[in-house]
Design a binder for this molecule. Structure first.
Ligand code: XMP
Length: 513
């Protein structure tokens, strides 16, 4: 990676959004903890630094503070919100609690059109503010370049050192021209080119993978989900037959899932695919189990057993590949009031046991999810896989309340296939986070033709979410709901009623178990 922007994270909920916006400018960006020593920052040879916002106040007792030497690295710095307070704190200005908290939309008036970060922008801009403290005296060397109603120092500049401070958030959508401000900073001020593309990433990553694994064998657990699928395609491009993918059918998959994986990876990509049909083992162990946590534990443990045996059959491999993504490896900033710090999925089982002595290959670990999807398309994976909605590891088991039986699985699989089909046909599938069917093993009375029925209920769940941590139920059009309900009741034997789940997360969760 030739050109890089380093973002120091002071705990803002938007830090990852900044990183993504920079990458959308085709410039690579890395997030480092706020207290990363300046020497470590310098070692990356960044073209510029961004100081993120954060919930703290610079003079709070536990305020996150950077290594003072970062201001002496000789690279341009953009301070956002809390980042501006840091300039004041370290370079001789003054910050005071604002009389009015500035929060929400505001209008920025640019006073100095010559300031390079506002190049090409109108004199008046809509911006998004979220700060309580206020700059009351400029740090040495700075001059004001833009104002808002509440602040004479909404944007400040130190021309000589190429330091810029902005009180508002350019990374959020409520600052509609914010992307241009960030682009001006990375291209205009820092002089970065536009080298960060998925095409260049593939070339570079292929080389790195080859260098890391040499002639050794690599094993990858392929789930059919986006991350492991893209990792498989990338690794295959790099090392061909040195890669073996293990696909475990746990019997809890959706309709056609095992077929699609075999077709795409086995036949189309000609990847060495070891298909492990372990349905029987999983279903046997799940027999009679109704407690949701026990179900999950049994599935997790069984998976490890099956996978371990499968790796032995695959032959000796030194490396295990995983589709770890960037958000999983960013060190979170433990600051009170920072929700991002608390967000750690309770689902992710701690990986495979240590006794399986593999070295890890993680070719996606500096990518965000949307970049992984782009990469997948670039590698020729079909939309069906790349644009797939998330699907939980324990599969349909967490969507069948109570005991998982072959009969219930069949009913849910059939209902779910209709949901997927109709959601795709109406394009809603691609617009939302998840949409699926849940089987409620409660029976109710219905009539079909002249006959009385006594069958199960399907609940429809469709949610909108950014990361699965919170979610809103989606207001699908009545016509679509009507079609779903009609088709499920008419086509799926064993179901005579369809309900819609209209709960948000929290307090409900997305999955029912
Ligand atoms: P909940 O139900 O906790 O789900 O609101 C949040 C998101 O996580 C997915 N999910 C899982 N993903 N393994 C996974 O890889 C799991 O065990 C698991 N359980 C839930 C869920 O589909 C939703 O997107």
């Amino acid at each position: 990676m030739s050109e890089e922007i380093v973002i120091l994270d002071f705990g803002s909920q938007y830090t990852q959004v900044i990183a993504r916006r920079i990458r959308e400018c085709h410039v690579y960006s890395t997030i480092l903890r706020f207290d990363t020593p300046a020497a470590r920052v310098a070692a990356r040879k960044p073209r510029g630094l961004i100081l993120s916002g954060g919930p703290a106040s610079v003079y709070a007792k536990d305020a996150p503070l950077p290594d003072r030497a970062i201001f002496k690295l000789g690279v341009p710095i953009l301070g956002i919100c809390y980042g501006v307070q840091l300039f004041a704190q370290y370079l001789g200005g003054k910050v005071e609690p604002g009389q009015k908290r500035e929060f929400g939309k505001g209008i920025l008036t640019i006073r100095d059109a010559g300031c390079p970060i506002f190049k090409g922008l109108p004199r008046s801009l809509q911006v998004w503010n979220s700060h309580g403290d206020k700059l009351t005296r400029l740090p040495a060397g700075f001059k004001p370049v833009a104002v808002t109603e509440n602040s004479d120092y909404a944007a400040i500049e130190d021309k000589a050192r190429q330091f810029f401070g902005i009180q508002f958030h350019p990374e959020v959508v409520h600052t509609p021209r914010g992307r241009e401000i960030l682009s001006n900073f990375v291209h205009g001020v820092c002089g970065c080119g536009k080298d960060w593309t998925m095409r260049s990433y593939i070339d570079q990553s292929v080389e790195e993978i080859r260098e890391q694994v040499g002639r050794e064998k690599v094993i990858l657990g392929l789930s059919g989900g986006v991350d492991s699928s893209v990792a498989a395609a990338l690794l295959h491009k790099a090392i061909g037959d040195q890669l073996t993918c293990i696909f475990v059918n746990n019997g809890l998959l959706r309709a056609r899932e095992a077929d699609v994986v075999q077709k795409v990876f086995g036949r189309h990509f000609k990847i060495k695919l070891q298909y492990e049909n372990a349905s029987k083992i999983f279903l046997k162990r799940l027999k009679g189990i109704t407690d949701p946590e026990r179900k999950r534990k049994i599935i997790g443990r069984t998976f490890i057993k099956v996978f371990e045996a499968a790796t032995r059959r695959a032959g000796r491999a030194r490396f295990l590949a995983q589709g770890t993504l960037y958000p999983d490896v960013i060190e979170s900033v433990p600051i009170a009031g920072n929700p991002a710090a608390l967000i750690k999925s309770h689902h992710n089982v701690g990986g495979l046991p240590k006794r399986m002595k593999f070295q890890l290959v993680e070719p996606l670990k500096c990518l965000f999810k949307d970049e992984v999807r782009q990469l997948g398309l670039e590698l020729g994976l079909p939309k069906e896989i790349v644009l797939r909605q998330p699907f939980p590891g324990p599969g349909l088991a967490v969507r069948i309340l109570g005991e998982v039986t072959p009969k219930r699985l069949e009913i849910l699989r059939n209902a779910d296939a209709i949901v997927v089909e109709e959601m795709k046909a109406s394009e809603w599938y691609y617009r939302i986070w998840q949409s699926f069917a849940v089987l409620l093993p409660v029976r109710s009375v219905g009539v079909m033709g002249d006959e009385r029925t006594y069958d199960y209920t399907i609940a429809l769940r469709a949610v909108e979410s950014k990361d699965g941590m919170t979610a809103d139920w989606v207001k699908l059009p009545y016509e679509l709901l009507e079609k779903l309900s009609n088709r499920i009741i008419n086509e799926v034997k064993g179901v005579n009623r369809v309900c819609l789940d209209i709960s948000s997360k929290p307090p409900a969760t997305i999955e029912w178990e």
